[in-house]
Design a protein around this ligand. Structure first.
Ligand code: ABU
Length: 471
């Protein structure tokens, strides 16, 4: 087996994928096995001499059989779900040409595609004079936004390192954990993050934000960065950007919006109102792979002002041996955290081509309708409790058995979730809201039909009864 294009094998593999994607026949989402048992079942040994096409095909078949079917409508576990054919084609093409995004020279059309997609998204964000880049995901976008804010505040930190000054940053207690990672990685220090309380509706408590900034000032720190989360991971809450912008303006803080989950509402004519005030922000993290159901990764970092990417990724006077001055504005390597980078923009570009703006709007519209429908099922059932409000596509709920204590209710809901997973019927995550263990169902799959969603609700109810009857 050489590394040439084997048309016959390619056809067989495409058929296998096609069959696997065909959900007309009942398919478990996952053949659940703990790691040790799965390891025993699969031969992952790497051979001394290469295998033939048939053996390679069998390896691929094993891989598929042992994967979670994340395109299944009942994969509601993560902030992404589904299968996108245009993006699948984009992945194939860009991998075949093994393009890397750092020089225009090696990525001519890919660079123009990325710039075009970024410029359309800047328009949607109302960052008319801005700039942006594709990143490896929301975590990387949040980190680069922090770098831009830090270097904007004090450019000498990029060249000379930190002095004694402690810089402080402010995020909701429900913000993504990537801020803590970034604070560690870029040397700000995890303990210099203020985690702002949330209100009952899951949004940042603005009074507490102000109190924390004052506290930081009184402790001789330099508050420099606040992030509004638009679409918190558990509750899908949107922090009030305008109210946070007022505070940011008053204290001269960089205002970042972590819209990794929620920014895709900008493709919806009505729901984009959830992002009101965005034009006042300095930066935005936006993962198109989440709400649009594209293959990971398809993430952007946008800035309101030009020059911030270079500021964030300042690499001093190092010799850029691979970059040609004639194409300087088109070489994306120097202004990215990475050097080598995949052509993620092509997935969004081809999907946008295939669906048009109207199709993207309709997709988001459908997801919000699914969320309304499921929330209604939960609310109307006497044994279910909704942890609302449902502002976007996260439905947090519990099955309630009369007379159960909080701990028993938590145990019951964990058991329901686990049974759904172990039987391969559905993958739905769980999380905590304060001390309540809730089931967190995410609606991000473009292939979910309302009848299927109703069946899913019934399945959860039936599973709850099965768990209770086993006690
Ligand atoms: N990568 C962001 C969080 C994923 C999740 O909550 O499902």
């Amino acid at each position: 087996m050489r590394q040439h294009f084997d048309q016959e094998l390619a056809k067989k593999v495409l058929n296998l994928i096609d069959e696997s994607l065909d959900l007309k026949k009942p398919t478990p989402i996952i053949d659940y096995l703990p790691p040790q048992s799965r390891q025993k079942q699969i031969a992952l040994d790497l051979p001394q001499t290469g295998v033939n096409s048939e053996q390679l095909y069998q390896q691929i078949k094993t891989y598929i059989e042992n994967s979670a079917k994340t395109y299944h409508p009942y994969f509601c576990n993560q902030l992404w779900s589904g299968f996108s054919f245009p993006s699948f084609l984009a992945e194939m093409v860009s991998t075949a040409f093994n393009t890397s995004m750092y020089t225009y020279e090696t990525a001519p059309i890919a660079t123009l595609v990325e710039k075009k997609v970024v410029s359309e998204c800047l328009n949607l964000a109302d960052f008319k004079q801005g700039e942006g880049i594709f990143t490896t995901g929301g975590s990387a976008s949040n980190m680069s936004a922090l770098l831009a804010a830090r270097n904007h505040l004090d450019p000498s930190i990029a060249t000379d390192g930190y002095t004694d000054q402690a810089l402080s940053l402010f995020v909701s207690k429900d913000a993504h954990y990537s801020f803590a990672k970034a604070a560690n990685v870029i040397g700000l220090g995890i303990n210099n993050i203020y985690k702002i309380n949330t209100l009952d509706n899951g949004k940042m408590d603005i009074d507490h934000l102000q109190t924390c900034i004052e506290h930081s000032l009184n402790n001789n720190q330099t508050p420099f960065f606040v992030s509004a989360t638009t679409g918190t991971t558990v509750r899908g809450a949107f922090d009030p950007i305008n109210a946070i912008a007022d505070i940011a303006q008053h204290y001269k803080l960089w205002l970042h919006v972590d819209g990794a989950w929620g920014a895709s509402v900008l493709w919806h004519k009505k729901h984009k109102a959830l992002m009101q005030g965005l034009e006042r922000a300095d930066s935005l993290a936006w993962d198109a792979h989440k709400m649009l159901g594209l293959p990971l990764m398809c993430a952007m970092l946008l800035f309101k002002e030009k020059g911030m990417l270079a500021k964030a990724h300042n690499h001093g006077a190092s010799d850029e041996y691979i970059y040609r001055d004639t194409e300087a504005q088109y070489n994306l390597g120097p202004i990215s955290i990475q050097c080598g980078r995949k052509v993620d923009a092509l997935k969004l570009y081809l999907t946008w081509q295939a669906l048009g703006y109207e199709g993207l709007h309709a997709h988001i519209d459908d997801l919000f309708k699914q969320a309304d429908f499921f929330a209604q099922c939960v609310e109307e059932h006497p044994n279910f409790k909704l942890f609302g409000p449902v502002e976007s596509l996260n439905i947090c709920f519990q099955y309630i058995h009369p007379g159960h204590t909080q701990q028993q209710t938590n145990d019951l809901n964990l058991a329901i979730r686990t049974r759904l997973l172990h039987t391969g019927q559905a993958m739905i995550n769980y999380a905590y809201i304060d001390d309540d263990l809730i089931i967190r169902l995410i609606l991000a799959n473009p292939n979910m039909q309302q009848t299927q969603l109703h069946e899913l609700f019934k399945m959860i109810e039936k599973t709850a009864q099965e768990v209770l009857s086993q006690k």
